[in-house]
Design a protein around this ligand. Structure first.
Ligand code: TXA
Ligand code: MG
Length: 401
């Protein structure tokens, strides 16, 4: 990918992408598709541009951004800014630049372009705006495989700082309509490239630590990374398991991961893998407990073992429920019954990952009060999926059936 050839046949598409590149050159931000999720990109060398991202998303300023590049050459240009030249946008960027640390060689040749983000030393003379790294000593970089993301880096000749293009705290956007819902009237352009093929954000790794660590599970599994050799440690999500951890290979997560993430409006109740599906009583109690805008509507997201038709079963179950549960439920003013909206996320990890964020948003749009989600095993794609679900969940049910 040092000399990528990008062929965009359709003149209208090329024209649109050039317009987007112009906006980026002017320090504006643009939402664009990547293979993972939609990104909200701006010139990573422009503080005005980068600040417009934080403002549009209402993102906390201490949560650093990933720098997207169109080629390794462009990345090397950030690493060694000393022998620099000035490009047409007036930004100082060298052309050949410094070396990428060897620890990443195997990962880059196997997974780039693709859903992997690596941490790199921030050069003293960095052309990146300080707002990109938010005080971190390293910067994060990724070479995305999506042709539109690549085209924008090439047409603008800019490295693009880009977080996910959701309003901060919401599930990441996996279609242009999700971006529109969250950021309409806040950004000048959304490029619609259809649904994202991966659906979960990139895996973030720091190979400069000893031991090297996977800071955020994502589109590339930890197993696939370890297969290439090296003792890659990984992080844990909950504070409790962090305190418990006698294992020094388990360390706190990447900066920014402490913030509320991936949360739909509805409460999320996550069932650990192997837990029985909720019965009528569970649905009623959790719906009542969820509080505020109670309207007797619950969502169910099935994955591997829960069978379709839980909603019907639970209504049966409800009818035979003890009178206290019934009165608890039917006693609520204005509630005529329980409506259950069920969706299957699929059985395979890839499929579940691709549809997860869209399903959370869809159930929100359906106006459910709570979403009951069947968890999966934390292997392969399951690790990233459960990481996102744990962050979205207000309750985790642990009793195994
Ligand atoms: O797939 C993705 O990674 C998507 C697409 C748009 O590329 N981007 C994305 O960005 O998910 P964002 O901002 O939602 O998540 C970036 C995360 C941060 O929360 C932080 O954990 C980590 O990447 N990160 C970024 N820069 C870092 C740095 N300098 N040091 C440590 N971690 C960093
Ligand atoms: Mg994000």
């Amino acid at each position: 990918y040092d000399s990528p050839t990008l062929k965009i046949d359709d003149p209208a598409t090329l024209e649109a992408l050039k317009n987007a590149a112009d906006l980026l050159g002017q320090g504006k931000c643009v939402a664009f598709p990547t293979e993972t999720v939609y990104g909200l990109g701006a010139d990573a060398t422009s503080t005005v541009g980068v600040n417009s991202i934080y403002a549009a998303k209402q993102r906390p300023l201490d949560n650093p951004l990933i720098v997207h590049v169109g080629s390794l050459r462009q990345l090397r240009g950030i690493l060694a800014p000393s022998d620099s030249t000035t490009n047409t946008n007036g930004h100082t960027m060298n052309t050949d630049g410094g070396e990428i640390p060897e620890v990443y060689d195997a990962l880059i040749s196997k997974f780039w372009p693709g859903p992997l983000t690596i941490l790199l030393p921030l050069p003293t003379n960095s052309p990146l705006s300080a707002a990109v790294t938010a005080g971190q000593p390293k910067f994060a970089a990724r070479l995305p495989s999506h042709p539109i993301a690549q085209a924008l880096c090439h047409l603008s000749s800019l490295p693009l700082a880009a977080p996910s293009a959701n309003a901060s705290g919401n599930p990441s956007p996996t279609s242009a309509s999700h971006v529109f819902t969250d950021l309409r009237n806040r950004i000048p352009l959304i490029i619609d490239g259809g649904p994202c093929s991966v659906g979960l954000e990139s895996t973030v790794v720091d190979g400069l630590r000893d031991p090297p660590v996977v800071l955020r599970p994502g589109g590339i599994s930890v197993e696939a990374i370890r297969e290439l050799g090296g003792v890659w440690a990984r992080t844990v999500t909950s504070r409790a398991s962090l305190d418990d951890a006698a294992d020094s290979s388990i360390i706190p997560e990447a900066p920014g991961m402490k913030y509320k993430h991936y949360s739909p409006r509805a409460g999320v109740i996550l069932y650990e893998f192997g837990t029985r599906p909720p019965c009528g009583k569970d649905l009623v109690r959790s719906t009542i407990l969820s509080g505020k805008n109670f309207n007797g509507k619950v969502g169910i997201l099935r994955t591997r073992t829960w069978k379709a038709g839980i909603g019907e079963l639970t209504l049966d179950c409800l009818r035979s429920e003890s009178s206290d549960v019934k009165s608890e439920f039917y006693g609520n003013e204005g509630v005529g019954g329980l409506t259950v909206v069920e969706m299957g996320l699929g059985k395979g990890g890839e499929e579940i990952g691709r549809g997860l964020f869209a399903a959370l948003r869809e159930l929100d749009d359906a106006g459910v009060d709570v979403i009951h989600v069947e968890g999966i095993e934390e292997v392969h794609e399951g690790l990233a999926i459960m990481n996102r679900l744990r962050k979205a969940a207000s309750v985790v049910v642990r009793t195994v059936w």
